[in-house]
Design a protein around this ligand. Sequence first.
Ligand SMILES: *[C@@H]1O[C@H](CO)[C@@H](O)[C@H](O)[C@H]1NC(C)=O
Ligand SMILES: *[C@@H]1O[C@H](CO)[C@@H](O)[C@H](O)[C@H]1NC(C)=O
Length: 180
Amino acid sequence: MASPISCLSILIIPLLVNSLFYDVSNADRALVEKICKKSMDYDFCLSIFLSDHEGLTNVLYNLGLVSTDVSLGIISDVNNGEIRNVLTRVTDPLDRRNILDCQTDIDDLYGDMQLAYNAPSTQSYAKEATYLASAQQKITKCNKRFEGPPKHESPISGNTSKITKLINISSVIVSIITSS
Ligand SMILES: *[C@@H]1O[C@H](CO)[C@@H](O)[C@H](O)[C@H]1NC(C)=O
Ligand SMILES: *[C@@H]1O[C@H](CO)[C@@H](O)[C@H](O)[C@H]1NC(C)=O
């Protein structure tokens, strides 16, 4: 059974995110909501934009830069902090090898995300979409490493799923820009 604390945080975290959101102007808010509703995880998506309050505008182009910029920081933390941390606890040799290979995949996709961040400045949204697709392929490749044989539960699935969600937010923005 879930602990009372975790039940409480399930209730409180979305409230917190939403109350912070009231500081944001209506126009900005409407656009951020539109993006986040199309993303994989609405609350996670809001938290990405709210982590850079200054960068919030009602211009899609700027929101795209904010989300990719915040993502670069998180991806770096996930790879060099969280996953490195998990590695200190994992003893199974195959798991260790898969995790180390995933760290390389994530370093590579960090490069794709940097290119994706720079693409809009030259109006290259098609290129940005290509870089994001390439980043997505690399995180998929990492997840597949644990499918075996033999199949092993990924000890870093929670960590890598954050990266998938981040790539998705940037992809949602590009798809809105290129379809309007
Ligand atoms: C983002 O994720 C949502 C929910 O899983 C999905 O429906 C959508 O196609 C994804 N968007 C892009 C552009 O990848
Ligand atoms: C990611 O890894 C850390 C360990 O470094 C762990 O504590 C955390 O719960 C993991 N998952 C997520 C979703 O952050």
